[in-house]
Structures are given as structure tokens and as C-alpha cells.
Design a protein around this ligand. Structure first.
Ligand SMILES: *Cc1c(COP(=O)(O)O)cnc(C)c1O
Length: 433
């Protein structure tokens, strides 16, 4: 299958090139040339299939032409070696817990899948010196770093805004060593993202180094996120709760929700989506006004959504042929202050004995406010609440059990390279590698 650029000014490329390049030469994002509608027979039996069986059908639709079936099956199985259960919170609101992987957040799925796809191509080509760059506002860095940890021939550089990610998030990518380097940037997440984008536009760097990006712009990270929408649907079907399904996605860079929209395009019976924003409500404002106006991000307690210029917005526009009305027909949106997020975490903990993280809280609240009679709501619980320990404990006034996996990271030693918010400095660093 070929991949085209959302800017339509670049040649179509192979999966290999889309994964290795990350971004198209015209600065657009890659999109798969075809989005297959899956057969009715698949949806009829979906509730009898396992997560990996479901995910393989979806993966095959995108990657089957380019990756041998046995290899793809193995990649899917290796990626999804943990569960993503649907848990009932209220009579009509369910939580899709995407936090049972190694770094306790949904980005593990894309991070692990991409590491294996890239590893496959590199091995095929006998390459030994590929550099993966990734900017993170919190969870991307850990998911990508842990996905790639120990993968031969690949060096990973994680750029993150100094002092703007939680200590727990930070230790998950600064303590790993081996082929992982953490770069602590004097700036915001948007600055980190801009630095990475500039690297890919720089001819000298690209001539000198084998560079690739692992941000959610990468198709090998972005598309596998569709897997769990199908699996969640299957689980709800088993519970007799799959009709009139509304899916709410706490959104920052909009990769996760876009993968869900692609699932819907493949025939997954999701009635509509809600994008839940924190105070960084650029998408919400776009839906209201039809004008997309990026602005600098502000810090919130749902910090993985502190994004002022969501990269995957270009994919949403492309998917709906730039039609504002068509986008509004499938997606509505909400925006929440830190106060509302905190009140939601507290209320759901006290009323329903369910502990939300600040991102999932936006998702839950949007469904609570927005569900119509007869609808069932599913929100994506994108990270384990213990990843935001001080915040969550402060809100509920109770202690939170830290999963063993997280405690191991917290005991490690932090190792970083300091970087000013300067492309010149970053370029000098990379050229000296
Ligand atoms: C990354 C992240 C989000 C936002 O996902 P996008 O795909 O960037 O919209 C939400 N919650 C958590 C916990 C995250 O790590």
C-alpha cells in the first residue's frame, strides 16, 4: 500500500519510506491510500475473537501487502502482550483501560508496534545506525523509549520540556540507558516538537544521519491505535452494550482519536465521537468557529494534552475532505479547566469507587454531560492514575497504590543531556554524534 501526504505536494511512498521518513517532504502527514471497509462477517463474529485476532485483521488491512503474514502476526502478538479491558463505571459509561502496558499509558501500543515495524525494515536492509527522534509532553517519550529499548541498530533521542513533565513520567525515559538518550530542552513541548520538525527539514542533517521520527505523526505509531477501538467494541458487544456507542477520547495531538475515526471508516459501528480537551482547546474552538487557530500551549494537570497546535489535525481535515460540517457530524468537543478535572476525579472516586487519571476524567465528564438517552458511552482511560501521583492523591485525599512496574522506574538513576531551545545547538549536537 502507498501513503500520500496530507499536503498533496509530495510523491506517494511505500510503507517503509513512510515509517522511516515520518513526515512527507512537503511537511504533510502520511495517510494510507486506501481505508478498507471490513466485511460484515468480521463484525458479526468480532465478540468471539481475541484482542490479537481482532488486531491482526485491522493490521492486515493496512500492512498486509508490505509485511509477510507470519511476521505481521508476530508483531501484533508481541505488541499486545497485555490486556486493555473495558470496565463499567456507571450504568451507561464505560472505561477502556489502556494503561496495562509497560509504561502504563495507551502510547505503549503505538510505541511497541512502531519499534517492531522499523526493526523489521532495518533488519531486511542490514542497517545499523538509525536515529529515532521523538518529542514528548509526557507519555510519548516513555512509550517510544521502552518500545525501542535494546532494539539493535536504533538510537533513540527523547526531547522533553524541562520541568514540565511529572517526575514519574520523566523517570520512565531518563533512567533507561542503553540505546536511549533523554534531551532536556529549555522550552515547552511545542518547542520540542518544532525542533524535531526542523531536523527533518534540514538537508545537511538528513544527508549526514539516518533520521526518523516516532511522534504520533508516524503511521506505524498512529494506525495501530485503531486496534483497541475494535476490541473495545467486541467487549461491549459481549456485555450487550454496543448499540448507539459514543466514544470519547481525551485529546492532545489528536492521533488517538484520528485512529478511532479511521476505525469508524472501516465500518466499526461507532455512532459518534467526542474529543475532550483541557484548557488547550484549539480543536474545540475550531469546531465552534470553523477557524483553526493554533496558539501556545498552557500547562494543566492533564499535561499529556497540553498541545497548542495538534499535529494530527491535518489528518482529520484530510479524512473529511476539509469539510467543517462533515467533521462536526462525527465529532463534538468539550473543554475543561483544572478545577473541573479535579472535581471529576474526586466525584467519580467517591461516588463510583473508580479512580480516574486527569486525562480520563475529561473523557468521563464529557460523556456524563453529553450522552443522549439510549446512548452508551465509552471513554479512553489513557493513563494509569498513579502516573500523576501527587496530583491524584492531592485531589482524592487518599493514597494511590503504585504498580510494581512504575516503582522499578522510580528507583533508576536520571541521565539527561541539557539542550537550550535552539535549533543551531541541537543541530551541532546531532552532527557530533
Ligand atoms: C498522549 C496522551 C493523550 C493525548 O493523545 P493524542 O493522541 O495526542 O491526542 C491523552 N492522555 C494521555 C495520558 C496521553 O499520554
Amino acid at each position: 500500500m502507498k501513503y500520500y501526504s496530507t499536503n498533496q505536494q509530495a510523491d506517494r511512498v511505500s510503507l517503509r519510506d513512510a515509517v522511516v521518513k515520518g513526515l512527507a517532504s512537503d511537511k504533510g502527514l502520511f495517510m494510507p491510500e486506501a481505508i478498507q471497509t471490513l466485511p460484515a462477517s468480521f463484525f458479526e463474529k468480532i465478540s468471539t475473537l481475541s484482542f490479537t485476532e481482532i488486531a491482526y485483521v485491522v493490521a492486515d488491512a493496512f500492512f498486509g501487502e508490505d509485511i509477510p503474514a507470519d511476521t505481521l502476526k508476530q508483531i501484533v502478538e508481541d505488541t499486545l502482550s497485555f490486556d486493555t479491558p473495558v470496565v463499567k463505571v456507571t450504568d451507561n459509561i464505560y472505561s477502556l483501560e489502556l494503561y496495562h502496558g509497560p509504561t502504563l499509558a495507551f502510547k505503549d501500543v503505538g510505541g511497541r508496534f512502531m519499534a517492531r515495524i522499523l526493526g523489521y525494515f532495518i533488519q531486511q536492509e542490514g542497517q545499523t545506525d538509525v536515529n529515532v527522534l521523538v518529542a514528548t509532553s509526557g507519555d510519548t517519550g516513555s512509550a517510544v523509549a521502552n518500545g525501542f529499548l535494546g532494539v539493535k541498530g536504533i538510537q533513540v533521542f527523547v526531547l522533553y520540556p524541562k520541568g514540565k513533565v511529572s517526575p514519574i513520567q520523566e523517570c520512565q525515559f531518563t533512567t533507561l540507558g542503553q540505546n536511549i538518550t533523554a534531551l532536556e530542552v529549555e522550552g515547552t513541548f511545542d518547542d520540542c516538537q518544532a525542533l524535531v520538525k526542523q531536523v527533518f527539514m534540514d538537508e545537511e542533517l538528513n544527508a549526514h544521519l539516518n533520521l526518523t521520527s516516532a511522534n504520533s505523526i508516524n503511521v506505524a505509531r498512529f494506525l495501530p491505535q485503531a486496534f483497541y477501538y475494535f476490541y473495545a467494541y467486541a467487549q461491549l458487544m459481549r456485555m450487550g452494550k454496543s448499540n448507539n456507542l459514543v466514544v470519547c477520547v481525551p485529546s492532545g495531538n489528536f492521533g488517538n482519536i484520528t485512529a478511532g475515526l479511521i476505525g469508524k471508516r472501516m465500518g466499526l459501528p461507532i455512532k459518534r465521537f467526542i474529543a475532550a480537551n483541557n484548557q488547550n482547546d484549539i480543536f474545540h474552538q475550531y469546531l465552534l468557529s470553523g477557524v483553526y487557530q493554533p496558539r501556545p500551549s498552557v500547562s494543566t494537570i492533564a499535561n499529556a494534552m497540553d498541545v497548542g497546535d495538534p499535529s494530527n489535525f491535518a489528518r482529520i481535515l484530510d479524512l473529511y475532505n476539509h469539510k467543517h460540517e462533515a467533521i462536526k457530524a462525527d465529532i463534538s468537543s468539550t473543554t475543561y479547566s483544572d478545577e473541573t478535572i479535579a472535581a471529576t476525579v474526586k466525584d467519580v472516586y467517591e461516588t463510583h469507587a473508580y479512580l480516574l487519571d486527569p486525562h480520563g476524567a475529561c473523557g468521563y465528564q464529557a460523556l456524563k454531560e453529553g450522552l443522549q438517552p439510549g446512548e452508551v458511552g465509552l471513554f479512553l482511560e489513557t493513563a494509569h492514575p498513579a502516573k500523576f501521583l501527587e496530583t491524584v492523591e492531592g485531589i482524592i485525599g487518599d493514597s494511590v497504590v503504585v504498580p510494581e512496574k512504575l516503582q522499578v522506574f522510580m528507583k533508576g538513576t536520571k541521565q539527561t543531556v541539557m539542550l537550550p531551545n535552539s535549533f543551531t545547538e541541537f543541530k551541532r549536537y546531532l552532527l557530533a554524534l
